[in-house]
Design a protein around this ligand. Structure first.
Ligand code: PMP
Length: 308
């Protein structure tokens, strides 16, 4: 395969049928988004949002791009802006993985850290302040930009339909900005109104009404209900503990040769719960957003101790 730009490798990732015991003889298929060149599902978003800004005349040849991010979107945005030679500032809460922050800088972006305690809201505020001070700047703002769910509606969701012959009974995905879940759930329900859409969050995220608190599962969990959820019917919200998410991260590597990040571990834990609820032989589709290699500095494969 000869390619001329790394951008050509974004999307059309493999869909794997997991080879593991699944309740009720159901089948779980996972979209392996770590196979995107920047290593995550968010390469699609960077490419789509920057092109959308260009097409809408919001970005010209000298625009500075400023974006708040937990990391993977920053890498995706930096890959896209590098291709267009656009100066880029990414605002990242300190707590997110070293690996992601190193890669954003390696791509040429300027990184600004905000205090972990201020969460993603602190990064959003800082990005807006920087934009006010920077002439000819543009903040794609993944947390409210309709191009975010549109990315997944137009790319990943049709790939699922293309790759599977049978109807999808349930779609299971984690939510950070909520773009992945909302865009794919909307598309799949338009194709088949019987497809259930199940959103996954870690303990400490607010969707199921529990108190907000820090969690180790990285990339998912919300501090406010994503605005994109207004446009899609959510059949169920499953809250997965850090312990369960990391248990499946270890199991996926040990049993299936799959290096998955903790949000993928949570998606797998949730998919198995959904399999328990659905009739026999159901088809469940989920998304593995990134790889464990992004979290080595956080000891992602450490066995739990008695304290946790
Ligand atoms: N998993 C990981 C590892 C992520 O980086 C993200 C994006 N923050 C998500 C899941 C959630 O995706 P979305 O923002 O589309 O809800």
């Amino acid at each position: 395969m000869l390619i001329k730009s790394i951008q050509e490798l974004i999307g059309h990732t493999p869909l794997i049928e997991l080879q593991m015991p699944v309740p009720n003889n159901s089948h779980i298929y996972a979209k392996l988004e770590m196979f995107n060149p920047g290593g995550s599902i968010k390469d699609r978003l960077g490419q789509y949002m920057i092109q959308d800004g260009i097409d809408k005349g919001k970005i010209n040849a000298t625009t500075t791009i400023i974006e708040p991010t937990a990391g993977n979107t920053g890498i995706g945005v930096a890959l896209a802006t590098q291709a267009h030679h656009l100066p880029t500032i990414l605002v990242v809460p300190e707590k997110f993985s070293r690996e992601k922050q190193t890669l954003m800088k390696a791509l040429g972006a300027t990184l600004i850290n905000t205090p972990s305690a201020d969460g993603i809201k602190g990064a959003i505020k800082k990005a807006r302040e920087l934009a006010d001070q920077t002439p000819n700047s543009y903040v794609p703002m993944q947390f409210e930009n309709p191009a975010n769910p549109a990315t997944y509606y137009h790319t990943l969701a049709p790939e699922l339909i293309e790759d599977l012959d049978q109807p999808i009974d349930a779609f299971v995905a984690g939510a950070g900005s909520g773009g992945t879940f909302a865009g794919i759930a909307k598309y799949l329900k338009e194709q088949n109104s019987h497809t259930q859409a199940i959103v996954v969050e870690p303990e400490g995220s607010i969707l199921n009404g529990g108190p907000a608190h820090p969690h180790k599962t990285e990339g998912i969990g919300v501090e406010f209900t994503p605005p994109f959820f207004k446009d899609v019917q959510i059949d169920q919200t499953l809250t997965i503990s850090d312990a369960d998410a990391f248990k499946y991260v270890r199991q996926a590597a040990a049993k299936q040769g799959l290096f998955i990040g903790s949000s993928s571990g949570a998606a797998l834990a949730a998919s198995l719960k959904v399999a328990e609820q659905l009739p026999a032989n159901s088809t469940i589709v989920t998304v593995f957003p990134d790889s464990s290699e992004r979290y080595m500095s956080e000891n992602i494969y450490a066995e739990p101790t008695t304290e946790n």
